[in-house]
Design a protein around this ligand. Sequence first.
Ligand code: GLC
Length: 532
Amino acid sequence: MTVLWWQTGLIYQIYLRSFQDTNGDGIGDLKGIERRLDYLTSLGVDAIWISPMYPSPMADFGYDVADYCGVDSRYGALADFDELLDQAHARGLKVLLDFVPNHTSDRHPWFAESRSSRDNPKRDWYIWRDPAPDGGPPNNWISDFGGSAWEWDEATGQYYYHAFLKEQADLNWRNPAVQATMYDVMRFWFDRGVDGFRIDVLWHMVKAADFPDNPLNPDYQPAMGDMHRVLQLHSTDQPEVHGIAAEMRAIAESYAANGLGERVLIGEIYLPVERLMPYYGRERAGVHLPFNFQLIDAPWKARSLAKLIADYESALPPGGWPNWVLGNHDRPRVATKRGQAQARVAAMLLLTLRGTPTLYYGDELGLSDVAIPLAQVQDPRELREPGLGLGRDPVRTPMPWERSENAGFTTGKPWLPLNADWSTRNVEQMAEEPHSILTLYRQLLAMRRTHPALSVGDFALLDAEGDVLAYERRHGGERLIVALNLGRQPQRLQLPDWSDWRPLLSTLADAAPAVNGALLLSGNEGVILKPH
Ligand code: GLC
């Protein structure tokens, strides 16, 4: 089997606004990423995914695109992107863009045309519906950011649909002209040399053609957020989306077929495993990697994680390549959810499971969610439904680089506050510390390169008790065991008797786990073992 870069590699997610500012405006930019490329290669990442950089009114910080083929002047210019791409490629780094096909900004020229009159040729590029008989919205669909998903347009007397903010109008993907135009957008970036896309809210892209009401959610609690009042049965995950994913895949594959390099598509999909798997493709191949977000919310218990991993592995379709994620720009950080001690164990888990890992910037520093003072809240999600803990600013704070002012992120005023512990929790400091979580990430990434069993090897769970999650990775003649103690108490793991084992790496400082037929793990310790 040929192994491709997106199967062995680690993808590093860069939240552009918060990575590195170079012009003093307090938000990150493309030149900032370029400045930090050497950091990324020294960390051992293989690919970067950059959050949306396109011209945008920033109602949803770039997920409201006003021009799919440009760069927002706050982030730089197209030439800066080309330069970044060249510099990344020169270092062997792949570059993925964030593609936002489900919706455009309401300020996109297409939407301006669409809303200008009912008979405008672009009217049907978006989702326009007549009011319900009582004059209200056409159905009960709710925006993911709360409130009705329908916005009234006085001038033309219809509602338009927006799964997110009213400033993010959903495109009508049933319209062939929309499809063709958006596929051209993909080609525009592929032709420039982009190595792939993360596709925003892929499962939202097609809605039921007759727009029936969504069923009420019997388990709804107000603390969940307004969107959970209904189950998104008809507004998401429609069968026709797979045809679109297959078209996108065919475009990506056409580059490899012409000797222009393997391109990858990663779909953002929040669905239970059985509904996630079809995104790998049905009759035709779908996206290469439907994001697997299960680790973000799973109970941090050895037995349930073992079951989750086994169930996911066995649900994969033939040829479907797994992938794992601990966090992203929408969800609480792993160090906050699991605590600092377990963040190290989680790092070992992420980098030793079978499949492509995606690492969220700052997680390699054990960055936690940062409490944002009320007056500094930026995220529309928080502003629309305050106080429920749904806001995403806490996980989008600036990357702390150095011990100098503003942690080297900006010479201006950072758009969001830095982590309070930035003077010690920063790249410069932690790179010097032999036992920092940053050093652990480096070691784990280096180990993945020198031991292919960790990236492409077969995976088998081992019998374990208590808080221990243990598995074997096997490739060619190599066998490795990964044993993770998810609890605070010491634990014992009976080792398979087919070899003598010695520790290759522990998550703990100066650890020398005793191995003698059995492995003794300290609390919060993970180890990789290899045969003598
Ligand atoms: C995705 C993005 C999120 C954004 C939403 C609307 O879920 O990850 O940040 O707000 O789509 O585009």
